[in-house]
Structures are given as C-alpha cells and as structure tokens.
Design a protein around this ligand. Structure first.
Ligand SMILES: Nc1nc2c(ncn2[C@@H]2O[C@H](COP(=O)(O)OP(=O)(O)OP(=O)(O)O)[C@@H](O)[C@H]2O)c(=O)[nH]1
Ligand SMILES: [Mg+2]
Length: 467
C-alpha cells in the first residue's frame, strides 16, 4: 500500500469511528399556546452556544466537567419542516426596549452540533471528541389534545361536545354557531357555502372560550392552530348537536359530509401528526404555564388540569398495543416543566414544581407511564426578574424586581404563595393571584441569556447522551 492509500484508508477508518461515536437526538418541545416554547428553545440554543465558554450551567455535568467544547447551528435533515426562528427571537430580545419573541403557530425545528469530549474510556481511546446532533422540534401542545378523537366516531364526538354545552359559560358564547347550525337540516344537500361559515363560527367560539373562559382543553386542536391547513375543507365541520339524524345519510348530505370530514381530519391530521412527527421523537419536554391559569381563577385552572391530563395520554403507550403498533413511539424520557418561575421568589419554586407534578399525576398516572423516565421541575427560560429581600414592618420578606411589560416601569413586589397541591375552594377565597407580565431582561447579545434551572432540564434530557 502506498502512502496515499494508507492515508485514505486511515481517514476512512477515522470517519467510521467518528460516525460510530456521533449521535443524534430528536428532542421535542411542546406546550399549549403561550406556555413558553419559543423562549425555551431560544434560551436552550443560546446556552448551548455559550457552553464551553461563559454559560452558567453548573448542574449539567458535562458542562461542569468542561467536556462540552462548543455548539453550532447546522442545517437540519428534515427539509419539509420550517426552520425555528432563532435569529428573529434573539434580535427581539436584544432590541431597545427588549421585546419577547413573536407567537408562533405550527411546527418548526433547529439542529445543533454539540462537540464534546467523551467520558467513557473506551470511546475516549478511539477518539478525543464526539458530536451530538441535537434536533429541537417546537410544536403546539394543542395538537396532542386531539388524540382521544382517534378512538371516537363522529356521533360520539358530537355527543361529547353537546355535553360541553351544559356549562352555561361555554353555552353563552355559542349562540352564533348554534343558530347557524339549527338552520341546516342534516339530510339537506351538502353545500360548502353553508358549511364554511358554520365552521368559521364554531372556530370563533373555540377562540372565544379560550380567551373569555380561560379554556385550555379545546378540540379539534387544529381549528385553533391550523398551521398550513388553514381553509382546508378537512377543517370545515362542526359537532352535530341538533335534531335526531335520520338513518342512511351519505356525503351528499350535510351530516354525512361533516362525518366524512371528521374522519379525514382524524386520518390525515391527527394520525398523520403521530405517524410523521411524534413517532420520530426520542425525548420530550412539555411546558406548562401554571401561573397564568392560577391568575385566571378556579375554572381555568381546573381546565388546565384536564388539558395536562389529555396531553399525558399521548405518552401512555407503555401498555397499549394498538398505540405501539400504529405509531411505534420511542420516547424514553419525558420532562414536565412549569415555566416562568421567575414570576415567583425562589422559595416558591419547589411548590410550583410540586403543583405541576400533582396535575401530571392526576391520580395514578406515573404508574401507568411505565417505560418512560419522567421528571417535573420549575424553570424560567429567560429570567426577567431579580430576587432579593425587602423589609416590611420590621420583617425581611423575599421580593422580586423587574419591569412591567405594559409600561416598562420598574416594580418591586412579593407575588405571593403558590399552592403546593390542587387549590381548594378555601384557597381561592383566601388568595387570588395577580401576576403581572414582566418585560424581558436587559441583555447584551454577546452574553448568555439569564435563566433559572435550564441546566437541570439539560441534565435530565441530555445528561446520558454526552457520556
Ligand atoms: N418572565 C418570563 N416570561 C416568560 C418566560 N418565557 C415566556 N414568557 C412569557 O410568555 C410569553 C409566551 O412565551 P413564548 O415562548 O412565545 O410561548 P409559546 O409557547 O412559544 O407561545 P405560542 O408560540 O403562542 O404557542 C412571552 O411572550 C413572555 O411574556 C420566562 O422564562 N420568564
Ligand atoms: Mg412559540
């Protein structure tokens, strides 16, 4: 073998070894609207870009052991998934005055190459450094709320929605779509000119109950967040909550057409999401904004509990054969994180995590999620306050300082106590919550973003992958 051939052979062997050491991890980030997904991914990418330099990640061992050499963004493998708007989010945070990133509507992703020194001796002997390709996927938690639809017929779903209308606060806002639907006979010829405005009025109701009643558990989830399917006929149906339906109807009739669309919705959007995206996730973080729900009151908080419970069902495939057969999910670690913990003084963070844990467990849940490693914690992706103590009537009490989002004015406040368990009636009478929204922190783009416990999240989600 001449020298060139030897060199070529050695390069090839090294790249084989390298490929053997390099890993990929697809980490999905979800949560209901405004739960803090964009802030979380932005801060996570930012911390990782600063890892090995000046990031503060003491609880993430690979960083504490100085084995993380650096991270950079690289093009993703999934060309059909829109790119996560990292640069746009950073420039909003760096603006004067700083602004929170814009709301997002659908799925997006960003890939990082994290270079590190393996700890494992065998790996080390083979190669000094290895790379973890971390794919972060942002998608709306509302899409997970649709899972129960897969096992329901149109008639069953309609009956369930009719049940919802027993709640006066929800029924009060339903007038427009209820009266539009009343005028349509189930066996009259299907007409898009009538179904489209009916579905639009129903969709508006879903938005209204979210806004006015603080509802979280709204179905179908894609009506609220249609992504690229805005205006598709598949999204133009409503539950049939009116007269008895005569037998023998088909797609030529209004009822039959809506039934067909419901089935399309299930097949293409609900099952399609689980098959094309969910089945490819290795790990998952679910973000939950418990504080906004506490702020809105008992009805809203109870609905958040129901929504979290519905979300948990997507990970409850440990014992379900049909679920495994259909989608072959492979998520092995699941982190529930209560976001925006910087709205509380640090002594309350443990209580917030505990409260979320109670919502997630909703009875016996953990036992049923066998096979998945689950953890719950409280974090702030982008810390907008500083905590300290103020003296009040001769006593020193914990307090927060930040700037109000509405007018940018500095404030010092004691936000109060978070219930450690599900709040009871006495709690709501004793104490209302009044969290204000904080403006993002003043931040120099060359510095890492300030955070609370993002390193703990990294330790749980990535710790073993950088061994
Ligand atoms: N104080 C504080 N506020 C936060 C934090 N994270 C998010 N927020 C607030 O919550 C809002 C929503 O955060 P996003 O990250 O946009 O939430 P999202 O889940 O991506 O929302 P959608 O894209 O609308 O689904 C922000 O505009 C901030 O007001 C945090 O760590 N601290
Ligand atoms: Mg977002």
């Amino acid at each position: 073998m001449n020298k060139t051939a030897i060199r070529q052979w050695r390069n090839k062997a090294e790249s084989w070894v390298q490929r053997g050491l390099d890993k990929r991890l697809r980490l999905a980030v979800t949560g209901l609207s405004r739960s803090g997904k964009t802030a979380f991914i932005t801060s996570l990418v930012n911390q990782l870009e600063h890892a090995g330099l000046d990031a503060r990640l003491p609880h993430w061992l690979p960083a504490a052991e100085r084995r993380v050499l650096g991270s950079r963004r690289v093009p993703g493998r999934h060309h059909h998934v829109p790119a996560f708007g990292y640069e746009a989010a950073l420039s909003q945070l760096a603006a004067t005055p700083p602004a929170w990133p814009e709301p997002t509507r659908g799925i997006s992703e960003i890939t990082l190459a994290i270079r590190y020194c393996p700890k494992n001796r065998l790996k080390r002997r083979l190669q000094d450094t290895a790379t973890l390709y971390l794919e972060l996927v942002d998608y709306p938690g509302e899409w997970l709320l649709d899972l129960p639809l897969l096992s329901m017929s149109y008639a069953e779903w309609s009956a369930q929605q009719r049940g919802l209308l027993q709640t006066p606060a929800l029924a009060r806002l339903a007038h427009r779509w209820l009266s539009a639907g009343e005028a349509i006979a189930p066996d009259s010829p299907a007409d898009d000119n009538r179904l489209a405005p009916l579905a639009a009025a129903y969709t508006q109701w879903l938005h209204d109950i979210k806004r006015e009643c603080g509802a979280y558990l709204v179905q179908p989830g894609r009506f609220i967040l249609p992504g690229e399917y805005q205006g598709a006929p598949m999204l133009q149906f409503v539950p049939w909550v009116w007269d008895e339906v005569p037998a023998g109807l088909n797609e030529q009739h209004h009822y039959g057409m809506m039934e067909t669309r419901f089935e399309h919705y299930k097949k293409h959007l609900v099952a399609g999401f689980y098959r094309d995206h969910f089945a490819g996730f290795d790990r998952q973080i679910v973000l939950v904004d418990c504080l906004s729900a506490l702020n809105r009151g008992p009805g809203s908080f109870a609905d958040l509990g129901r929504a979290v419970n519905a979300i948990v069902q997507s990970f409850d495939y440990g014992k379900s054969n049909w679920w495994r057969r259909l989608f072959a999910p492979r998520i092995d670690k699941l982190l529930f994180a209560a976001t925006k913990a910087d709205h509380l003084t640090p002594d309350q963070h443990g209580r917030l995590a505990h409260l979320l844990d109670t919502l997630v467990r909703g009875g016996q849940r953990h036992a049923r999620l066998s096979g998945i490693d689950i953890e719950t914690l409280a974090l702030a992706s982008i810390k907008a306050t500083t905590s300290g103590e103020v003296s009040h009537q001769g006593e020193s009490i914990p307090a927060l300082q930040g700037r109000r989002l509405d007018n940018g004015e500095p404030v010092t406040l004691y936000p109060g106590e978070v219930p450690e368990r599900l709040p009871d009636a006495a709690f709501w009478q004793r104490q209302g919550f009044d969290f204000i929204d904080f403006a993002p922190p003043g931040w120099q783009p060359e510095q890492p973003l300030p955070h609370v416990r993002l390193d703990r999240a990294l330790a749980f989600l990535l710790g073993d992958k950088l061994a």
